[in-house]
Design a protein around this ligand. Structure first.
Ligand code: ADE
Length: 274
């Protein structure tokens, strides 16, 4: 996969030299090219921002350098063989659609992504609207809070997407069991020693009984999700739950919602087991 990043702070992306993604880049699984937006300005001060039309606080990123930067990225094309298709443009923004594991999986199937990191009050909206004429564009939010710019969000997106590119994570089994993959949070994990500061690990995990371990993990996952992310339980599909899941969920007060489309669960405090 090729990823082009446009930013006024290329140094943020030095973090992609290390760890799993650094290795993936060395192995050519991931090609990351970082472009300095200021290289596409033509004034002495390399100005990228200006005051907002209509007034208001803060500055807005000027469209001209962005237009030239995106023209340049598009003209370079992705590395490697195959037809040159237009990339998918991702614009981190607190006003974007939520970034989820499902979107990370979708983006991981793309051969070429471009990330456009805005600063200040964001990028002149015409840049995004014009880009939509020549590529698929997603404005994407990391969460309901405001960062100083798109760089940290872009790093998170590259990491979440990059680790899903085949070969980047050595043990692909570890991708299957993690939080958010099946709409649930992952069960807690433990390692040696078996007792630490008088805290033993759950007996079942040292029992060697693989069936019992799988059931314990599934129940722990359901309990943790119900406790901290009831919104995820509401959206679980009862058809994807086995009988033991339904028993565990009922004991936590969650019953399949009668006649709901799409199907889900509803909390009923009278169902909670003592
Ligand atoms: N830029 C500023 N805040 C952001 C957020 N929450 N998500 C993505 N990009 C952002």
């Amino acid at each position: 996969m090729r990823v082009d990043v446009v930013t006024i702070f290329p140094a943020y992306f030095d973090a992609l030299d290390v760890s799993l993604l650094g290795k993936a880049r060395e192995r050519g699984l991931l090609v990351v090219v970082v472009h300095d937006l200021r290289d596409f300005t033509h004034d002495r001060h390399r100005t990228v921002d200006d005051t907002p039309y209509g007034g208001g606080a803060g500055m807005v990123m000027r469209p001209e350098p962005w237009g030239e930067a995106l023209d340049h990225v598009l003209a370079t094309g992705p590395d490697g063989p195959g037809p040159v298709e237009s990339p998918r443009l991702v614009v981190p923004s607190p006003a974007g659609r939520p970034f989820t594991q499902a979107l990370a999986e979708e983006l991981a199937a793309e051969p070429w992504l471009v990330l456009a990191c805005g600063r200040y009050e964001g990028i002149d909206q015409r840049v995004v609207d014009e880009a939509r004429d020549r590529m698929r564009v997603d404005e994407v939010s990391l969460g309901d809070y405001v960062l100083n710019g798109g760089e940290v969000a872009a790093l998170a997106i590259v990491e979440a997407v990059g680790r899903l590119v085949p070969g980047v994570v050595g043990n692909s089994g570890s991708l299957a069991d993690e939080s958010h993959v099946a709409g649930l949070l992952e069960a807690p994990s433990f390692t040696k020693p078996p007792v630490w500061r008088e805290w033993p690990v759950p007996d079942v995990l040292v029992s060697g009984n693989h069936g019992a371990i799988a059931r314990w993990r599934r129940d722990a996952s359901l309990r943790r999700t119900a406790r901290v992310r009831p919104d995820l339980v509401e959206r679980l599909d009862p058809a994807a739950c086995d009988a033991a899941d339904l028993v565990q969920l009922a004991a936590l007060g969650w019953l399949p919602t009668p006649g709901a489309h799409p199907a889900g669960f509803t909390y009923d405090p009278t169902a909670v087991a003592d």
